[in-house]
Design a protein around this ligand. Structure first.
Ligand code: PMP
Length: 404
């Protein structure tokens, strides 16, 4: 299967629109990706044709919706190589990490150590800080090198007899660095720690096999994976989920409720209190079905080519500082422009129809590590084209002229 970017683009209605009189050049997919018709139509079809609450119905629509919801779970499980009961629907990657942190926190105490990295998104820092504040656990951060890689020697030294949890991103949302999660998981396990991998970025750009990585938990969001917002995935090894206390209480997550005692449902339902994001799960299932119909390796190569073309196009720009140059990195370009604030850069680019993100990217410790308060970030999706790269490079040169 070759990769036909124009055929892919035709699946995304929003890419037809103009912004400020210019064709939209959407380079903000790391924040949230646009949605293909398959997702839009699956959600619309469900609402128009077969919608009811799940799991508790004895009527046709309830049964059909339950089947659609559970079939989305099977699609996710197949996509990451997990067992069906190892896939929990959450409202996003953030909630999935909070769920795990809260659950593991029940078993941690003062002096227990959690190893994170300096390149984590706040979603994979703050929930662990909660445990530091409440329990007195100690947080340790694996440092990042100038090129934007994790310092693995330092990581090895951080692991010790008190390490209980290691939580790290598979791919940085700022640097684009892809971390060696398989080796890092093995090292953490040798130290007796549990491992959570934040796959919010990696899942979009590469095939993920959770069993091969062997982490105890792997989380991601639907909306970056061309699916809807409001849905995320917590994968947990069956034995780990079985061990984890519930996160929220309510309907659907119980075994039995009496006035004097309760029992809980088995995973994954134990972690899905209340009416779940039904339509969003169906949408995510459709996104995965759509992605499965593509040659994902070719898509990744396409994104890589776009990144290389961007770097080449900007090679003479001595006013540009690129943050994150790890070998094998993904198609994310974080940069600062001499004499210009990243917010201004993003706003001027928008005049040319180019959408990039600017700010701290919810990674303040990483910003600090690189001595900047903010950066601009262009992130590529499989629907971006070489012509868009050229439009971006041209718009960036014009933007620089404002500040020169
Ligand atoms: N981790 C990483 C690496 C991310 O890029 C993001 C989203 N920017 C998150 C976690 C949080 O995901 P969400 O906002 O979808 O919960």
């Amino acid at each position: 299967m070759a990769f036909d970017v124009e055929a892919v683009r035709a699946e995304f209605p929003i890419l037809q629109r103009q912004v400020n009189g210019e064709p939209l050049v959407y380079l903000d997919s790391a924040a949230s990706a646009q949605k293909p018709k398959a997702v839009i139509e699956a959600m619309t079809r469900a609402m128009e044709h077969s919608y009811a609450n799940v799991h508790r119905g004895l009527h046709t629509l309830a049964n059909e919706t339950t089947e659609a919801y559970e079939s989305a779970r099977r699609a996710v499980a197949g996509f990451i190589g997990a067992g069906e009961d190892e896939v929990v629907f959450t409202k996003g990657g953030t909630e999935a990490i909070n769920l795990v942190a809260a659950g593991l926190g029940a078993r941690l105490g003062a002096g227990d150590e959690i190893v994170l990295t300096q390149m984590e998104h706040h979603a994979n820092i703050v929930p662990w800080h909660f445990l530091r504040e409440r329990l007195g656990v100690v947080l340790k951060f694996t440092p990042v090198t100038d090129a934007g890689e994790l310092d693995l020697d330092a990581y090895r030294n951080l692991l010790g007899p008190r390490t209980r949890v290691v939580a790290l991103s598979h791919m940085s949302n700022v640097l684009g660095t892809v971390n060696p999660v398989m080796d890092m998981t093995r090292m953490a396990h040798e130290a007796g720690a549990l491992v959570l991998i934040d796959g919010c970025q990696s899942i979009v750009h590469q095939p993920v096999d959770v069993k091969a990585i062997d982490a105890d938990f792997f989380v991601f969001s639907g909306h970056k994976l061309y699916g809807p917002t409001g849905i995320g995935i917590l994968y947990g090894k069956a034995e780990r989920l079985a061990d984890l206390p519930p996160y929220q209480g309510g309907g659907e997550m119980i075994g039995e409720v009496a006035l004097e005692r309760i029992t809980y449902a088995d995973p994954p339902h134990r972690f899905e209190a209340g009416t779940p994001p039904i339509l969003e799960a169906i949408g995510l299932g459709a996104a995965i079905g759509w992605l499965n119909g593509l040659d994902r390796r070719a898509a990744a190569e396409h994104e890589h080519r776009l990144y290389q073309r961007t770097i080449k196009g900007l090679s003479g720009a001595n006013w540009l500082r690129i943050i994150g140059e790890a070998p094998g990195k993904g198609a994310i370009l974080s940069f600062t422009m001499e004499g210009a604030h990243a917010h201004d850069v993003a706003q001027i680019l928008d005049r040319y129809g180019v959408a990039v993100r600017a700010g701290t990217h919810c990674a303040e410790p990483l910003m600090k590590r690189f001595g900047v308060t903010s950066s601009a970030r262009a992130s590529f999706g499989l629907y971006n084209t070489e012509a868009e790269v050229d439009a971006f490079v041209e718009a960036l040169n014009k933007t620089q002229a404002f500040f020169a």
